[in-house]
Design a protein around this ligand. Sequence first.
Ligand SMILES: NC(=O)c1ccc[n+]([C@@H]2O[C@H](COP(=O)([O-])OP(=O)(O)OC[C@H]3O[C@@H](n4cnc5c(N)ncnc54)[C@H](O)[C@@H]3O)[C@@H](O)[C@H]2O)c1
Ligand SMILES: [Zn+2]
Length: 346
Amino acid sequence: METDIQVNSPDGTYPIRIQNGILGTITHYSQLGLNRPPLVITDSNLAPLHAQAFADKIGASCAVMPAGEANKHLSTVANLYSDAVKAKLDRGSAIIAFGGGVVGDVAGFVASTYLRGVGFIQIPTSLLAMVDSSVGGKVGVDLPEGKNLVGAFKQPLAVYIDSDVLGTLPAREWICGMAEVIKHGLLADEGLLNPDLHHVARADELVKRAVQVKVGVVQRDPYEHGERAHLNLGHTFGHAVEQVTHYEWAHGEAVGIGLLLATMLSHRMGFCDEALIARVEGILTQIGLPTRLNGLDPEAIYSAMFTDKKRKDGQLRFILLKGVGQPFIAENVAKDDVIAVLSAIR
Ligand SMILES: NC(=O)c1ccc[n+]([C@@H]2O[C@H](COP(=O)([O-])OP(=O)(O)OC[C@H]3O[C@@H](n4cnc5c(N)ncnc54)[C@H](O)[C@@H]3O)[C@@H](O)[C@H]2O)c1
Ligand SMILES: [Zn+2]
């Protein structure tokens, strides 16, 4: 199956090409629309599996960063600037991010700042990166004080999604990516909630539909002045769960239970039907995502919500649902309601 989705961004239009096996068909960088050798940036897991061979084949240099969120910081960026110098990139060159969301965010930040900006192409390899981080132009790194505190908007020239690479993705990473897919389903595409689609074998279709949701949102609100906040569904709870578990819970696991908690809160506050709670819980269970907090303290989770560095003015903000496809922003949610839903699935 071959799909091109055109994305209108503030910096022009770019294609997302979704095609099983597409990477195998690219044998030279000129096929990517480039007129000089690019630099492929990847991580230490992807390099031996896919990225080094791809870079060699298309005539690109390859720079490898150590894998993992712990390396999404400025010293990694500094090393990659040296790699860019060694690769003799000039302002007409491009950087290709080949990896998950960490590689995409780091490589995109390098591409947006090296020589005040070079071309940027995304080849996302995790489900999360395919449906979420590779679309929308946000790039950046973490600081010791918090995640994603330094960054930029950098729109890619193109995004290439080849579901073949998912064959090597660890199961837990697939499951975590599914949390964002379900988020997109709850936000805007009920079809994504259908369990028949939730298999690697259906990845092309799943990714295509999930990407469409994100594309729609970021096209309407590229700089997060309004609607883009809806993409934080489940994330106010999720970020707090990640924090209190010292990141023992992966992002997707925390977001998954965050989706359940947001649905419970929506119902408790009178916005959605009770049936939606059971439906979300059933979907999470089927995917293999947790639906219980395994004893985590509701008060601790609630406090953690207030330490989010990017939160404005000390107000807690939740994205809630009036139903599938009907998200809205709720301010001033009462502490009692938040504690109640946390306690209910403690
Ligand atoms: N820019 C955005 O809009 C945006 C949106 C959401 C998330 N993010 C960021 O994305 C990051 C999370 O992304 P992620 O979950 O992809 O993490 P990741 O990049 O760390 O990838 C997860 C793990 O899977 C491995 N991996 C990836 N693809 C593989 C494949 N095909 N085969 C084998 N192993 C593979 C990676 O090496 C890594 O160990 C976070 O830093 C988050 O802040 C950014
Ligand atoms: Zn997320």
